[in-house]
Design a protein around this ligand. Structure first.
Ligand SMILES: *Cc1c(COP(=O)(O)O)cnc(C)c1O
Length: 408
């Protein structure tokens, strides 16, 4: 149905059925097939319309704060004694993370499709805040689904969403966290699809979402390419990004897929260590399966039930990974590593102390990888890490954990 026009014009994936090789697809109830096809067609048409792209670019600039800086981390580089380290500063964006790139793109698309109502689901609240903000900004009605447990844990974020005029609906099923909130959002969408657009928050779910979300984020990598050429006169040797569903990572990597000399590394959440139920590293023990619309690597038990996951960072704490990552891992194009909770906390502190930048705990996983990797690289090599978000939201939790760990 859809082929995608990329920056390089060379990547035709996903194919017409939304597959990245064996991954992806559209595994949804019958009633959602037509709405998803309509969404795919509307997206395609908008994406190829210079007026839509111009409007999106202008809003990314004036409302979200693009382009974000590419910052040379001099003290971090010196303390690690290896590669020159650059930070792509997505943490500087409005609402504190990369998520606004996608929320803004999808909300504009919703309005163009004549939808008056937007729904989304959120775990920690970051995607909810990005969505609630852009809906206020564009005058769209907004409903956010959130597990009741998460609402309690993230009371301040719930308040931020409500301040922006969103209705936050608590979900009391199952474990009362993100997975149940997603099920509830899907149910709402089935019921109200004529008036409503569902803003999915990561490069996950049924086609066309993984492709669409990637394309709304690929500006991250396009800017990085331009900025590193300006700063160093050549492409970087390696890029690293944390991977929850995979949106910040694929947005960062996408423009470099055709440059084999640039190594791409996604960093998953190793939690308390690689034991079932204690982590969210899908490539460390996950298996092929279908979850919430797409076929991909999933943490599951031998009976195929979704495994419990754990990570210190809510944004990485999910049992499935975006299908495009699974594909490029098979192709040996994107490599994967993981960082544990304690690695991430250490990197969180190091970045704050050495650079005066408090990273999100999600981004701290990528930084933890960089702290191990940089010293192995030559001093003239270039390592760029995507700082997907800022850590203000994590300060309280980090201080609690650091004290509990007796590290202070
Ligand atoms: C949500 C979030 C992530 C994880 O989502 P991806 O889709 O994997 O990018 C990473 N970092 C931050 C700061 C987030 O808010």
């Amino acid at each position: 149905m859809t082929t995608v026009q990329t920056a390089a014009g060379r990547h035709a994936l996903p194919d017409g059925t939304g597959h990245f090789g064996p991954y992806g697809g559209m595994f949804v109830p019958e009633t959602l097939v037509t709405p998803l096809q309509e969404l795919g067609a509307a997206y395609e048409e908008a994406w190829n319309d210079p007026a839509f792209r111009g409007d999106l670019d202008a809003r990314l600039r004036t409302y979200a704060g693009r382009p974000t800086e590419l910052y040379f981390a001099e003290r971090l580089t010196r303390s690690l004694g290896g590669a020159r380290i650059y930070l792509k500063r997505e943490d500087l964006l409005h609402t504190g993370a990369h998520k606004i790139n996608n929320a803004l793109g999808q909300a504009l698309l919703a309005r163009r499709m004549g939808k008056t109502r937007v729904i989304a689901e959120t775990g920690a609240g970051q995607h909810g805040i990005a969505t609630a903000s852009v809906c206020a900004n564009l005058g769209l009605e907004c409903v956010i689904y959130m597990g009741a447990v998460d609402m309690e844990r993230q009371a301040l974020n719930v308040y931020r969403m409500r301040l922006c005029g969103a209705e936050v609906r608590g979900v009391n099923a199952g474990q009362r966290t993100l997975k149940e909130a997603i099920n509830e959002a899907m149910r709402d969408w089935v019921t109200n699809v004529r008036s409503t657009h569902y803003v999915l928050g990561s490069a996950l779910g049924a086609h066309p979402y993984p492709m669409m979300v990637r394309n709304f984020h690929k500006v991250i990598g396009e800017e990085t390419r331009r900025q590193i050429m300006e700063a160093e006169g050549r492409l970087p040797d390696e890029l690293a990004a944390c991977v929850g569903g995979g949106s910040n990572a694929i947005g960062f990597f996408f423009d470099f897929l055709d440059d084999p000399e640039v190594r791409l590394v996604g960093v998953e959440a190793g939690g308390r260590g690689i034991t079932p139920g204690e982590h969210a590293a899908r490539f460390e023990g996950g298996k092929l399966g279908v979850l919430q619309g797409c076929k991909t690597f999933i943490l599951q038990n031998p009976e195929g039930q979704i495994e419990l996951t754990h990570s210190v960072s809510a944004g990485l704490d999910y049992a499935a990974i975006g299908p495009e990552h699974a594909y490029y891992r098979d192709q040996d194009r994107i490599h994967f590593a993981y960082a544990t909770d304690s690695d991430a906390l250490e990197a969180f502190r190091a970045c704050a102390r050495l650079e005066g930048i408090i990273p999100a705990l999600e981004s701290s996983h990528a930084l933890a990888y960089v702290m191990k990797r940089a010293p192995e690289m030559r001093p003239d090599s270039l390592l760029v890490v995507n700082l997907s978000g800022r850590g203000d939201k994590d300060v309280q939790e980090a201080s609690r954990l650091i004290e509990a760990g007796g590290r202070e």
